[in-house]
Design a protein around this ligand. Structure first.
Ligand code: Z2T
Length: 871
């Protein structure tokens, strides 16, 4: 590797080369030096926050050493590199994860057991915990000081976070590229039962996990015009785009440590800042002041994450974010490629770019622009390089989430890119016409430009398909659906092989070891794996199967669940102003039923709360007809229904669902008659760090989307990996979960995706009426049982079912849902051994859903990339 340092200086560099801390004592030394030097504090004013900062800085020092080595190794070997472009990375906290993944030198060279150094296996965390305790700090409290890096909405952003973890763990030379939003997803407050959004200023205290690369400043242009000189060149020829507004993109790097490897990869997040230089020629005097103000507004590009999950808002600033990030990332990628001095034709051998949904689709256009306009490649040569480089992951079939940008907006912001899009479309449609000369409707159906709507729009998904060599869905059912519905014309054009499936996964480091240390310990003891190798090879978990009916083991398993339920009850108490929702003594025989995810009508939290209301009303009826509370409890044993999740700020129906949940909680939790047999609680501000407490505590979790609407779901996997059972529809990854763990171990119900169209059609034209169970619930809601001051408050939720065609088919699935819930109660309370057996067998067979397996599939079947090992 090249360096500007003279050869004779190298000895000195070597003599003073930085070293990791490897013992508790060395950690303490490093910690104190950070308290004193980095934070300019001391023994006398080091509070928990300062201790968190100093610990993180110390751990980061170790990571940076491996980060540097990893990058040097990758430069030297020059393997094919992978870039994962995602507008969202929902990372959560970094410190505990780093403590689990981090390696000290003693992990590598076994120095034997002493008090201070590491015992074999991954005990850096133990070592630091002890060292901190000697310094006067409790690790758990210190970890709690860290704000979540909440740069994502939900599943899509968390998937990207799991993927960077698995790419580092698998030693892939892979970087993530995203945006460094100053405000992540808003913090949710619940005030009088309503969601209130407050800003998430996660950078309030300095962020020890980011390294600003202020020396790198990529200029990014917007607006302006295209100049092709006097003699009317074609748009296919190199053209000059004269931008009208310019901002700078500055990268912030976050180290991503792999587990049990010295590979530390990079997550590069771009931040916008104003340029200082100014091109006076472009601005006449009148525009000068305006232009200065524009420049000062540069920061607004990366100010805030758009808070919509599965919904397109279509704002200019969002498009600006997308281009800013694509252009900066492509510039960086191309610069790195050019250092290798390889011919352009080898670009796709050197680089694979995965685009996470259509948000990064402009990167396809930007690469074509770079190759044609700046590097002067022939159009077709350039386009062949582009399409061999990119691959596209689709995450939804929901119409309202599919990105379309008005021509006027795109052409104004990015005039040259719009020309390129037109030309891409022109060549594409020509090919299609040649292949299918008699199919008249086909051309307009597959055109990148949608002409039918009021305003002509660019269909980003079509552009992404045309510009990629592979398109994948995120679970089998979803990947089949995109081939037969939204992208079916493209299957006809390109053949079925361009379309593939990679079922989602989750990282077992965060979602088992970190979130559930008690279960992780029981597993490693039981399968005799003290070094936690099962976290890299989850097929090892099948060894648990032989203990599924072992009563002694079942008791240990149950004790872990009990501990985790207790831990969640403690959190709920804290969030509920110190008031317990579930009495301590009752936790053990209370079924924890949890649905936590973004609030969306298609995810059907409304069906869940209607089910709760049904249970409550039936309990009350039984009591009224003279049944004793004991008799009632036979049919409806103890249960707590826990909800959590954010609604998009502008999503009226989702917000109303939150209010209904809280209103039901108010009534049910205060009804003395039912004697605490049923409780309801909405956990405010659901996020990654709360998920780490919530997930391990479920007995049952709900994944009850209308069949065909949830592309995959990933919390379903998290819950099963933590020994919870699932009630769910035949949707998304529930299908593969069932295949892996066995249909005896999951509570499936409801209509199938293949019948959804017909059911919706029936709702439009025939009034089937509601099942009695649901009618009873809706009547109570309509009569103000949960809104005494305002009987009509929840009418929109009722109307959507009764008058607006019940698009999400709540009425079609409700009875099956209720009876399946009753089956759940019976197994849980009448046959605890059977329940525990199901739980153990589920964990034993959940290995497939490790994101390590996903990444291997992407690498083998899409990227053609290989790991770079340190040896
Ligand atoms: C999102 O979280 C998901 C899909 C989107 O489509 C957008 C967002 Cl923000 C544009 C989710 C899916 O809803 C979920 O089923 C899936 O598991 C997840 O992406 C990861 O693939």
């Amino acid at each position: 590797i090249e360096t500007t340092i003279p050869a004779q200086s190298r000895e000195i560099w070597n003599k003073h080369r930085v070293q990791k801390f490897n013992t508790g004592d060395e950690f303490q030394e490093r910690f104190i030096s950070h308290v004193e030097w980095t934070l300019a504090r001391s023994l006398y004013n080091c509070d928990d926050l300062a201790a968190y900062q100093a610990t993180s800085q110390s751990v980061r020092d170790n990571l940076v050493i491996d980060w540097n080595k990893t990058q040097q190794r990758q430069t030297a070997r020059d393997p094919k590199r992978v870039y994962y472009l995602s507008l969202e990375f929902l990372m959560g906290r970094a410190l505990d994860n780093a403590l689990i993944n981090m390696r000290t030198d003693t992990d590598v060279t076994d120095v034997g057991d002493t008090d201070e150094t590491l015992t074999k296996g991954n005990t850096s965390r133990e070592m630091i915990k002890n060292a901190m305790s000697e310094l006067g700090f409790k690790l758990e409290d210190i970890l709690d000081e860290e704000p979540d890096a909440a740069l994502g909405n939900g599943g899509l952003g968390r998937l990207a976070a799991c993927f960077v973890d698995s790419m580092a763990t698998g030693n892939y030379p892979a970087w993530g590229y995203g945006l460094r939003y100053q405000y992540g997803i808003f913090a949710q407050k619940i005030i009088n039962g309503y969601q209130v959004e407050t800003p998430d200023y996660w950078l309030n205290f300095s962020n020890p996990w980011e390294i600003e690369r202020a020396e790198i400043q990529v200029p990014i242009n917007f607006y302006g015009y295209v100049d092709r000189g006097q003699n009317e060149k074609s748009t296919l020829e190199p053209s000059d785009w004269i931008g009208g507004e310019r901002v700078l993109a500055v990268p912030y790097d976050m180290p991503i440590p792999g587990f049990k490897t010295s590979t530390v990869n990079n997550l590069r997040l771009w931040s916008a800042k104003p340029t200082t230089e100014f091109d006076f020629k472009k601005f006449n005097n009148g525009d000068y002041k305006n232009s200065v103000e524009e420049q000062q507004r540069a920061e607004s590009i990366t100010a805030v994450l758009y808070p919509n999950d599965n919904f397109l808002q279509g704002k200019e600033l969002r498009l600006k974010q997308q281009y800013f990030w694509c252009a900066a990332s492509l510039h960086d990628i191309v610069r790195r490629f050019k250092k290798g001095k390889r011919p352009w034709s080898e670009f796709p051998d050197a680089i694979a770019i995965q685009i996470n949904d259509t948000h990064p689709t402009l990167a396809i256009v930007e690469l074509q622009r770079i190759l044609v306009d700046l590097e002067k490649l022939d159009w077709h040569e350039a386009w062949s390089i582009v399409t061999s480089t990119f691959a596209f992951t689709n995450h939804t079939v929901m119409q309202e989430a599919l990105e379309k940008w008005p021509i006027s907006l795109l052409g104004h912001l990015l005039p040259r890119h719009l020309e390129i899009i037109y030309d891409i479309n022109w060549f594409f449609l020509q090919d299609v016409e040649k292949k299918f000369p008699r199919d008249m409707g086909l051309l307009s159906r597959v055109s990148i430009i949608e002409e039918s709507s009021q305003e002509r729009q660019v269909r980003m998904a079509y552009l992404a398909i045309i510009g990629s060599h592979k398109v994948n869905g995120v679970a089998e059912l979803h990947s089949d659906l995109i081939k037969t519905t939204i992208f079916k014309d493209f299957v006809k054009i390109y053949g079925a092989n361009k379309f593939t499936n990679v079922t989602n996964g989750i990282t077992p480091r965060r979602w088992l070891k970190q979130a559930n240390p008690k279960l992780a310990q029981l597993i490693s003891e039981t399968i005799n794996d003290p070094e936690d190798n099962y976290l890299l090879d989850m097929s090892k978990l099948t060894q648990l199967s032989k203990y599924a009916e072992d009563e002694k083991f079942q008791k240990k398993w149950n004790d872990v669940k009990q501990f985790n339920k207790q831990r969640l009850a403690d959190l709920i108490k804290k969030l509920n102003n110190g008031v317990d929702i579930i009495e301590r003594d009752h936790i053990r025989n209370t079924l924890f039923d949890i649905q936590v995810k973004r609030i969306h009508e298609y995810k059907r939290q409304q069906m869940n709360i209607f089910g709760v209301i049904h249970r409550y009303l039936t309990m009350k009826e039984l009591l009224q007809s003279g049944a004793s509370i004991e008799e009632v409890s036979k049919k409806y044993p103890r249960k707590v229904s826990i909800f959590g999740g954010k609604s998009a700020p502008g999503y009226y129906m989702a917000k109303l669902i939150i209010k209904l949940i809280n209103s039901v909680a108010e009534v049910v939790n205060n009804d003395k008659e039912i004697q605490d047999l049923l409780k309801v609680y909405f956990i405010p501000d659901y996020n990654v760090s709360k998920a780490e407490i919530i997930t391990p505590a479920s007995d049952l979790s709900e994944h009850i989307s209308t069949a065909g609407t949830e592309a995959s779901g990933t919390s379903n996997m998290k819950f099963v990996m933590n020994g919870g059972l699932i009630i769910g529809t035949v949707d998304g990854a529930n299908v593969e979960i069932t295949r892996e763990i066995g249909e005896d171990n999951i509570f499936l119900f409801g209509n199938l995706a293949e019948n959804v169209d017909e059911l919706r059609y029936k709702h439009q034209f025939h009034n089937k009426g509601l099942p009695a169970s649901l009618a009873k619930v809706l009547d109570a809601v309509q009569n103000g049982a949960f809104s005494p001051q305002n009987h009509s408050e929840f009418m929109p939720l009722i109307d959507s079912i009764k008058s607006h065609g019940d698009y999400y088919l709540v009425s079609d699935d409700f009875e099956a849902y209720i009876s399946t819930q009753e089956l759940v109660d019976q197994v849980y309370h009448k046959d605890k051994k059977e329940w525990l057996k199901k739980s153990i067998l589920s964990v034993a067979n959940i290995g497939f859903f490790s994101s390590d397996r996903c990444i291997e599939e992407y690498a083998d079947t899409i990227w053609n990339a290989e790991p770079v090992k340190s040896e």
